[in-house]
Design a protein around this ligand. Structure first.
Ligand SMILES: Cc1ncc(COP(=O)(O)O)c(C=O)c1O
Length: 396
């Protein structure tokens, strides 16, 4: 039989999706499964976006320009202006989700065996995209005890080698919900300038910040024009995960010109989804106010209920809609499978993402899970009750 590539063999499974067959089995047995594993919000997509694809006047569903339609990019530039980020439509490329923006960012800045420093735990697919791109992830550990704050600068500097090309942050963070302060962005800016590195920021959760704290983008940091690359997406902002639209943004012309070659190779981002996403830019502020209020409510319920469970440690998220919880178990992977296969509380069970897959350091995070608070507060209360009851009887 012909042989599979080493790259294919080394490609990690998604910790977010790998337990799906167990959840399906639990469903077949008649259990109600509360899905806390995946960042698929239950929030309604703005009708303005859905209506735009219903009433479009296209005769041919054609390719668009590789960088995305000009009208749409001009409106995106306006969106950034409204968010105090001065960029032109020529500083961005529309991509097939933030996922493709990450691939283009990696492809445009790194060669095989180059290194990228990422504070971990991090969005698990960074591992997958690094494998695809042949680059090496060098993790710098942020700790639950510190609420996942940025590790000290010296920790980054210790890790920089001649192969280091970039630092990648997720702000606010998936899976930690951590929101970097302006001071932390400044620290990162000083490191990347000193060592002439790229600073890639995944800001797909930019709108989801709580407690009156403001998001500070790396694109707002003066002097970072040649270093800063932002990965963005409509998936979570407008609950449009299925649109598959994102953007790569940089004021560094070489980065954009290079990424455009990758974009040309895949021809075009999806045309209908650009129509929906362009319309979504007119979503009224009241939509976001309501959504944020809802997420704050969910976060507060989730954290306070988790904190009531003996032996559970949880970091309070200030953004996005995830949190990491440390459990009094040895192996959260086993616990998560067991929840689906062998446990129910009043016929309810829960699907969570074991957190080890969000780390690249072997052995770290094995007693942690990631919870996405994408269900309403009542469902979250039931789900946490299931976890609490399960921990009473679970044996490692
Ligand atoms: C941190 C982060 N970045 C990027 C993505 C990719 O999103 P998409 O490709 O749907 O835009 C996700 C999706 O969950 C994410 O959580």
């Amino acid at each position: 039989m012909p042989k599979i590539s080493n790259k294919g063999i080394n490609m990690p499974q998604s910790p977010i999706r790998k337990l799906v067959p167990y959840a399906e089995e639990a469903n077949k047995k008649g259990k109600v499964v509360y899905y806390l594993n995946i960042g698929q919000p239950d929030i309604k997509t703005p009708t303005i976006a859905l209506d735009a694809v219903k009433v479009h006047s296209l005769d041919i569903l054609a390719y668009s320009r590789s960088e995305g339609s000009e009208d749409y990019r001009k409106k995106i530039a306006n969106y950034y202006k409204r968010n105090n980020i001065e960029i032109s439509h020529e500083d961005l490329i529309v991509t097939t989700g933030g996922s493709e923006a990450l691939l283009f960012a990696f492809g445009s800045t790194m060669d095989e065996n180059d290194e990228i420093i990422i504070p971990e735990p991090f969005y698990a697919n960074y591992n997958g995209f690094s494998t695809v791109s042949g680059i090496r992830v060098v993790p710098v550990i942020s700790k639950i005890e510190d609420n996942f704050a940025l590790p000290p600068i010296e920790e980054f500097e210790k890790l920089i080698t001649p192969k280091t090309k970039a630092i990648l942050i997720c702000n606010p963070g998936n899976p930690t919900g951590y929101l970097y302060s302006k001071e932390e962005i400044r620290k990162l800016a000083s490191i990347v300038k000193k060592h002439d590195l790229f600073l890639i920021a995944d800001e797909v959760y930019r709108e989801f910040v709580y407690d009156g704290i403001e998001h500070y983008s790396i694109l707002q940091e003066p002097g970072l024009e040649n270093h800063a690359i932002v990965v963005d997406s409509v998936s979570k902002r407008y609950s449009m995960c299925g649109a598959r639209i994102g953007y790569l943004v940089s004021k560094n012309k070489e980065v954009i010109q290079t990424a455009l070659k990758f974009a040309q190779a895949r021809l075009s981002p999806p045309t209908l989804a650009q129509i929906a996403s362009e319309a979504a830019l007119d979503t009224p502020q009241s939509y976001f106010d309501d959504v944020i209020e809802e997420y704050v409510k969910r976060r507060n319920v989730l954290i306070s209920e988790l904190e009531k469970i003996e032996g559970v440690k949880v970091a309070k998220p200030n953004g996005a809609f995830y949190c990491i919880a440390e459990l009094p178990v040895k192996n959260a992977d086993h616990f998560a499978k067991w929840l689906l296969e062998s446990f129910d509380y009043e016929n309810n069970t829960v699907m969570v993402a074991p957190a080890a897959g969000f780390y690249s350091t072997p052995g770290v995070g094995e007693n942690q899970i990631r919870i996405a608070y994408v269900l309403n507060a009542d469902s979250l209360r039931i789900a946490v009750k299931v976890i609490a009851e399960a921990l009473k009887v679970y044996k490692d």
